[in-house]
Structures are given as C-alpha cells and as structure tokens.
Write a protein that binds this ligand. Structure first.
Ligand code: LLP
Length: 429
C-alpha cells in the first residue's frame, strides 16, 4: 500500500469542523486531532500481534484513551507516562502482553518506585537497569532493548542506534547482561530494538537480522520480540506511505524462524508513536502581523516554537495551509490558488522562531496564498511531537487541544492560564 499525500493550500475545515468556529470557540494557538485518522493508522498495523503506542509522541489523556479503545497497548518512558497510562485506563500487571511497558535507558528514582508499585514490566536499556530492577523485583521476566550497532532517523538527533547513541544495551554486551539477569533470577522474556525515529524501510529491515541473531543468542526464554517504532509518516507533498505489508512479512519470517527454533509461539510487537498520531493533528494559529522585510514577506503567527519545536530542532517540514477568516467554503485545488513566497514565524523573542526553516537554521520561504491579519495558518501533520514538546518559553501558555470524534469537538486540554505558569514559584522573604 502506498498513498501519495496531497496537501491543499486553502482549507476551511478539519475533521468536518469549521476552522473559524474552532478558533472562535477554543482560541488559538489550538491543536486539533482527528480521532478517525488515528483509528485508521492503528488498523493499518493489525497484522502485528501487539501495537504498543509510544505515548511520547502525544500523551494527552484523550489520545491515550482513544488508542486504548482501539485496541493498542502503551509504552511509557517515565514515571509521568506510567501515571498518564494508568489515568487513561491502561492497567499495570504482568498480563501477556502487558498493557503498559516501561522502556528507558535509566530508572530515575520516581520511575523505579512506579514500576514496582504498579507492577509495570520493564524493557531495560542499560545493564544498570537490570541490576536495579533485580534488586527490587527478583524472579520477574524482563525484556532487553538492544542497540544493534547501527541506527537511522529523519535527523541525526533522532538516530538511536550506533555507538554515538546512548540508547539500548550495546549488542556485544548481551552475554554479560544474560549473566547479570541470572544473578538476580530475572529471566529474559523478550528483546526490543528501536534504531531511530522517522527512518525508512531499508534501515528498518536491517533490524530483523540483528534481532534474529540476538534472540538465538538468548535462547528459548524469549517469548516476545519488538520491532520498536520509527515508521515514517508523510509530511511533504508526494511523500509515500511506508510499505507495511513488506515490513510485516520481514518480521513475520523472523518470528517464524524463532518460533521453530524455540518450539513455542513468539509474540511480535511494534511500537509506533509518530505513525499513529502525526497525520491526525493540526496546529491552528492566527496571523497577527504581515511584515515586509526587504524582499521577504513574513506571516507572524500567535504560535511559535513554544508550541511546535520540530522546525527549530530538526529543520522539520510541516505542510501549511491558509484558512481565511471569511471562508468561501470548499477546498481549493492547489493549482487554482494564487500563491506567493512567505516566511512563517512565531511571536517568540528569538530569530530562530521560524516554522519554514531547514536543518541548520536556514530560513526558507514557502509558497502560500495571500492572507491578512486575522486569517489562520493551519500547520499539518503536527499530531506527533507537537504539543508534547511545547514549553512555556517567553511565559506563553501551552496551547489548548481538541479531539474531534464522531463529529464532536471535545476539549482535551485547556489552554494554560497565568496561574499555571507561576504555580510553585515564590518570591523569597
Ligand atoms: N520506541 C522508542 C524506544 C523510542 O525511543 C521512540 C521514539 C519510539 C518508540 C517512537 O518512535 P516513532 O515511531 O515516533 O518514530 N521528537 C522527535 C522524535 C523523537 C523520537 C524519540 N523516540 C521528532 O519530533 O521527530
């Protein structure tokens, strides 16, 4: 299956809701998520035994509840994410497969307390985690996250394999970790590899061979293998969706061979974050100034990198469209809309606060329709690593978030108030 995506340049609705109405009702900047898109993306992966949502991509309780209702299980990377999973109705415990799984490279003290208190199975990304868990919970099963010695991501910052990465247990230390686990009477019940985020089929496929080798080295205590996350999602016009059938068949073959070697069933997990939620999300921001600087035209929005950090962090590309304040109705076709080059930036007091930048901070313009103050820019494919990476820089409140499901727009996060910004602060004396 491969579908090219086509981005309109003028929009008036998201998930059947009028953008002007959403902006009027909830204010801007506003994240809007389409539940149906997330449900479809979960269904795409139904061949895998377990779809374990990497909630770091978007851990809003409304989204967690939605993925749970659609049959996905969940991954947690911190004490906070464990608590979010529990608050959204996932259960702790050692069911097979477990609802919640803790995957990280360390336990901070809170996380260790949480996994013990709520019986959350752990996927250890360092030898130290094995010992620290073993001291608290001897006799349990654990899984190991292995760094296979190579990795790949959409940016060097999202490549989680190879020796320059801090992630996972280095593949040549597997034997030592088996010994360490034995010492604590922990059995190694599964292996996991995640080589990076926003990678491609070619690199993802290389993991299969590394997984098979590592699992054979551990032996029949292995009951689960996890392919990790990393599935790419379309951001640019013409981006192809990854060939999931081809990807699944590679893993299916590995699972089969391991099951034959061990004489028991092997559960195959996948752990996507971006793939499930990126396309569902849009960030609506109001144009508050249209400025000309020499040859350049800027649309300056009420949303900045405090709301969506991917462009400044990775030079990430997000599709953009204009929603005019006096909507004409209907979606214009790209070739019928008159465009001009604009640079799109935010309100923050920092020159890097530009949404149309490339890796290295190079500012680029984007062909967008004419727009004036009070019109909206809709930044697309923003459902993953958008709101969750928001900050209060320049004392800006975190944006409100709305989840549209069955034709209803539900507020799933209120915009922060000033009181939220200063909570916990005090003036000494
Ligand atoms: N599993 C593990 C162990 C991970 O570290 C990650 C992502 C995932 C799964 C999910 O990866 P995904 O399917 O979303 O590619 N902020 C960056 C992405 C950082 C990814 C961190 N780990 C971005 O905006 O591109």
């Amino acid at each position: 299956m491969s579908v090219a995506m086509s981005n309109p340049l003028v929009v008036d609705q998201i998930a059947g809701q009028s953008i002007i109405d959403l902006a009027r009702r909830f204010g801007t900047p506003l994240y809007v998520y389409d539940a149906a898109t997330i449900a479809t993306r979960i269904d795409d992966l139904e061949s895998f035994d377990v779809v374990r949502y990497a909630q770091k991509a978007n851990s809003n309780l409304g989204i967690l509840d939605l993925v749970r209702r659609h049959g996905a299980l969940v991954d947690a990377v911190s004490a906070g994410e464990i608590q979010r999973a529990l608050a959204a109705g996932f259960k702790g415990g050692f069911d097979e497969p477990p609802h919640i799984m803790y995957t990280a490279d360390i336990f901070d003290r809170d996380a260790l307390e949480q996994v013990v208190a709520h019986q959350i199975p752990v996927n250890c990304g360092s030898p130290d985690m094995i010992s620290q868990y073993g001291q608290r919970c001897p006799g349990r099963g654990i899984t190991l996250r292995i760094n296979p010695g190579f990795g790949h991501g959409h940016s060097q910052k999202t490549n989680t394999g190879g020796q320059q990465s801090k992630h996972g247990i280095w593949h040549t230390q597997l034997g030592e970790c088996i010994e360490r686990a034995k010492k604590h009477n922990l059995s190694i019940a599964g292996l996991h590899m995640h080589i990076g985020s926003g990678t491609d089929l070619e690199h993802l496929s290389q993991v299969c061979g590394a997984m098979e080798q590592a699992a054979l080295a551990v032996g029949p205590s292995i009951h689960t293998i996890s392919a990790g996350g990393g599935l790419p999602t379309p951001y640019r016009e013409g981006d192809q969706r990854v060939d999931l059938d081809a990807y699944y068949s590679l893993w299916e073959a590995v699972r089969h061979r391991l099951a034959a070697a061990f004489g028991h069933k092997i559960t195959l997990e996948i752990e996507p974050g971006r793939y499930l939620v990126a396309e569902s999300g849009s960030l609506i921001a109001e144009i508050r100034a249209v400025k000309r600087m020499g040859e350049n035209t800027f649309y300056v929005l009420d949303a900045g990198f405090n709301n969506l950090a991917r462009p400044i962090l990775y030079g990430a590309y997000h599709p953009m469209a204009i929603a005019h304040k006096a909507a004409t109705g209907g979606r214009d076709k790209r070739d019928q809309v008159k465009t001009h080059p604009v640079i799109v930036g935010g309100p923050l007091c920092e020159s890097g606060d530009i949404f149309t930048q490339e890796d290295g901070g190079f500012v680029r313009s984007r062909e967008l329709p004419e727009a004036t103050v009070g019109d909206f820019v809709v930044i697309g494919a923003a459902g993953a690593y958008g709101a969750v990476m928001g900050s209060n820089y320049n004392s800006k409140p975190l944006a409100a978030e709305v989840l549209v499901e069955n034709g209803r727009a539900n507020l799933v996060r209120e915009r922060q108030a000033f009181a939220d910004l200063i909570r916990g602060e005090s003036i000494p004396g």
